[in-house]
Ligand binder design. Sequence first.
Ligand SMILES: [Zn+2]
Length: 461
Amino acid sequence: MSLNAADTTTNNTTTITTEDKESAVSRCDSPPWYSHPGIERCHVQNKFNTLSDLLTCYQNAEEQQRIQDHKSTGIKFILISSKGMWHENVSATISSPLYLTTVQLMKILLMTKTISVDDSGNSNSNSNSNSNSNNCNNDIINNQDDDSHDYKQHITVNEDHITSYIGKYEDVDYWVVYLKDGNMKEKDDAESHYELKSIMSTPTMFTAGRKIQCKPLREFGDSLENAHDSGIVATANGLIEFHKSHGYCSRCGSPTESTKAGGSRRCTRDTCRTTVYPRIDSATIMLVTSPCENYALLGRKKNWPVGRYSALAGFCEVGETLEECCQRETLEESGVRIDPVSVRFELSQPWPFPRSLMVGFRARAATTTTARSTICNKNTEESSSSSSSSSSLEFLPEITIDTNEMEDIRWFHKRFVKERLSLVGSTALSFQPNDDEKEFHIPGKASLARYLITKWAKENR
Ligand SMILES: [Zn+2]
């Protein structure tokens, strides 16, 4: 059933590689995608808790000065709703996060009735086309010249939504707001979508021809241009997932409330008051090679797009080290035993779908001299056809696939993989592969798997 290594190397119909293209998709020198240092959270977590706190503060000049004293030069918001994260399509293959100013956010909250203003207020005005800066403090200050005094006097915030502080990057404070389904159901989806676009599609924020879209982050993460953006939106995604799944206390079942600007949740029952923090699940992802390191063990799940193969991975279990997890998961999924002393750490990556920390390893399969006809030859990168009679030959360990977890697992020769590194691929489950990618592709640049596989494929041994 399983295609052997000789097949994967001899059926080479794709002629691709140029070093330029390879370097464009290789991330060997980049920080892990989706990582965000999360520095300087305390000054915000100790100061704000709810969106009411924040919006009230931002209408108050004295408070704004205090924010500036903390060296914050502005505030930007990420918006998430039930269908995913709102973002901007710069082109067919490039996206950027949709960072909202405070004024834009307030207009959206008004539209979705997440905030309300009494009759004397005039906050629900037309789009503020005079605002031409992404600096939110400036937006607020400018806006106070016309109608934002009304916000200050009459605003009421429905705290049914979820708000969380993401962190600071280059002196800008980033927040995420999740609009629950109820907020969007006042009108049908199409109408809400249209209004949302009309609010956000101001000339100051969007270039003609660009589109805003709402999708799960995993579906567009590869198309983000900047690593720091990927870290901000991934942190936003992970925090919202935490809040959505921890609405009730795990000790007593009472409702919980957001605390520390969305950095934790606390039980509302006086006799309990248990606090919970965002949980992170450790998972290992391991690039397992043959003993000679010319072949890599790659597999695919049934629900992945056609042609996608990746390194094996799995969650760490109670009482287990990460290294032991590598060995157990590889054995369970593929039947291949890893040489324990060969397991070494490579790189880790936040994987907020919903809350994993992927810990990347490299390992070698244990030597076998009895298993299969395909030979793992130490002396050449060519796939051998068993022509040598040397007693030192090692065989590729036999693969026994756990079909409950994986659809296919194979040994792939380094040359076969290297020739396909210029295929950009994707980590999106909705990815539509082209003809070359249907034969074989690895996940996109957002994944630690791509880093591990690329690094191995480019090694000269
Ligand atoms: Zn409780």
